[in-house]
Write a protein that binds this ligand. Structure first.
Ligand SMILES: Cc1cc2nc3c(=O)[nH]c(=O)nc-3n(C[C@H](O)[C@H](O)[C@H](O)COP(=O)(O)OP(=O)(O)OC[C@H]3O[C@@H](n4cnc5c(N)ncnc54)[C@H](O)[C@@H]3O)c2cc1C
Length: 363
């Protein structure tokens, strides 16, 4: 019997596990290692912040999905990977060996240096998402006690924008520090214009400058300071540190280098998917959409690798559908060159998002 270890219960692994539930892996011991009993669905977290969803509506309990796939769940965190020994070291000290390993551990918010002694603001990152949820709940009393509660969001990508729009309202002042590239830089002009209008309508101040943390908030490049009760760091994810020292080939930023089949470029018995990897054959945006779509291909490839059969590449679709909630039960959508917005887009997004989470067993 061979042992397959899935590291992380990220979007792609959840989908792969659902495939294994439909078609069990023969002669395989399946182990899933993840620190959290829930996998948070990032598409809905801004909706939770806006008050549209409960936390349970935005997260998938991991255990039932693992059980349905015939696997066992280890609630622990990988802290070291020794690819040469086919071994993962967990925070508890357990050393777990494997025949085949798949990595879907996502990324984490980058830490920013603090230019003052002692932080007086609640500063936290958007990743990992269970930590975001915990910290946002903990920040509630601070915001409620403030005269004019101010939240600064660092990072003008889709995640940062959605969170800023979700937080705005209820007397809160929200500043979005987007950096020199401005808001949603990877998107087309029309989409960006609509997002700009939504931010204006929700009274979110946008600063197209880089910023650093200071004692009671942030300071932007031109010197202006923004005192803040809460600073949310949404400036893009960095690779988990243990990947760089694993002996696997990684890119300059420490993400695992994989080919089109999501097999490690250096180590054939390791696969990586989602935000944790970098494709050598093409640039693939780090998004939940790609992670979810890669799931079924990953499942097939892991089964093929166990059986010694040929692998299949994952080709993302030419265009991806991106739906960005504007915090007022409306959303803006983009599909290739086409852009659209309105409350119908929000209803559509809501249906897709709920459908994803409800597509996994609850117990
Ligand atoms: C606010 C926000 C909104 C977003 N909205 C969208 C959206 O609408 N659409 C979209 O396409 N993308 C969106 N994204 C991007 C999306 O969240 C990521 O691209 C997506 O989560 C990547 O999925 P993943 O499977 O790679 O990793 P993740 O979903 O981050 O999952 C990582 C998994 O690994 C586990 N893990 C972490 N560390 C370890 C460890 N050391 N050992 C073992 N397990 C570990 C975690 O518990 C988790 O189960 C958003 C991001 C943010 C911040």
């Amino acid at each position: 019997m061979k042992r397959l270890v899935l590291l992380g219960a990220g979007h792609a692994h959840l989908v792969a596990l659902r495939e294994f539930a439909r078609q069990r892996l023969p002669d395989t011991e399946l182990i899933v290692v993840t620190p959290s009993p829930w996998q948070y669905y990032s598409g809905m977290i801004p909706g939770w912040v806006a008050g549209y969803y409960t936390l349970d509506q935005c997260r998938v309990p991991v255990a039932p999905t693992v059980r349905a796939a015939g696997g066992s769940l280890v609630l622990d965190r990988a802290v070291e990977l020794v690819a040469a020994n086919r071994e993962v070291v967990l925070a508890s000290g357990t050393r777990l060996t494997y025949d085949l390993l798949s990595i879907d551990v996502g990324s984490m918010s980058e830490g920013l240096t603090v230019g003052g002694a002692g932080l007086s603001t609640g500063v936290f990152g958007v990743k990992p998402m269970d930590e975001l949820a915990r910290q946002w709940l903990a920040a509630g009393p601070r915001l409620a006690a403030a005269d004019k509660p101010t939240v600064t969001v660092l990072g003008g990508g889709a995640g940062g924008v959605e969170l800023a729009l979700a937080i705005a309202g209820e007397g809160r002042r929200v500043v979005l520090v987007a950096g020199a590239k401005g808001i949603v830089p990877g998107f087309g002009r029309r989409f960006r214009r609509r997002v700009g209008c939504a931010l204006m309508k929700r009274d979110v101040g946008v600063v197209d400058e880089y910023a650093e943390l200071v004692r009671d908030g942030i300071r932007v490049a031109s010197g202006r300071q923004y005192p803040s009760d809460v600073v949310l760091i949404a400036t893009g994810g960095v690779a988990l540190p243990f990947l760089r020292d694993s002996g696997l080939a990684v890119d300059d930023d420490g993400f695992v280098l994989v080919d089109a089949c999501h097999q490690s470029q250096s180590t054939p018995n390791v696969f990586a998917v989602g935000d944790a990897c970098s494709r050598v054959d093409r640039r693939l945006d780090r998004s939940g959409v790609h992670a979810v779509r890669a799931g079924p291909v990953l499942a097939r490839n892991l089964a093929s690798a166990l059986a010694g059969q040929p692998l299949k590449p994952f080709y993302p679709r030419r265009f991806s559908l991106y739906l960005l909630a504007t915090g007022d039960r409306a959303a803006i959508g983009s599909y290739g060159p086409v852009t659209f917005s309105g409350s119908w887009v929000w209803k559509w997004k809501d249906r897709i998002d709920r459908g994803f989470v409800e597509g996994f067993p609850k117990q």
